[in-house]
Design a protein around this ligand. Sequence first.
Ligand SMILES: [Zn+2]
Length: 204
Amino acid sequence: MTMRGVKWHSGGMRVLLTCDECCAELPFDVQKKAGAFNGRAAFTVSKAFGRFARSKGWVQFDGTKHLCPRCTRRRHGADPKPKPIEEKTMVQKTEAKQALRQPSQEQRGDIIEMLVLTYDRKAKRYKGADTDKTVAEAVGTWCLPGWVTEIRERDFGPTSGNEEIEAIRAEIAAVQADCAERAAVLGKRLDAVCAAIGPRAARI
Ligand SMILES: [Zn+2]
């Protein structure tokens, strides 16, 4: 039990009950001279203090510990601790804030100028290795890639791909075709060798 007596200014006793969870204190003043405390008086005081604490919403549990009203409510789930703000929520908030930001007239003009230079309207993709992001970076001054996406989709073309992506895709296709061809040649060689050895080679 975390109950302790402290000397009170007018010579009486102040008993402090401490919450075992949050260390909140409940003072109870005993109008008696410290010297007059005998077993019987202490018993009476502790009973009175118990009644006083209960009337203030304090709860005793496990026979020894005390909880203040707030911690009691929290223990019953009625007054839960505020949840720490999750990082995800922060990110969402930041994104929401950025979504509200709009490009200035000057930025809009710069984005369009950059798109004229970098976007191939006929092929419906960027020239070279440009993307919405590189255009936004070129415009600078806090330009968001989302603004470029919006303007590009409305006034230029639907895809954000570029020449580089197409070139890599073509190279992958060429490598795959080449590999298939070489594998076919090796397969034929293997068949020829196996045929020369006879039926035993089929197990290899
Ligand atoms: Zn408490």
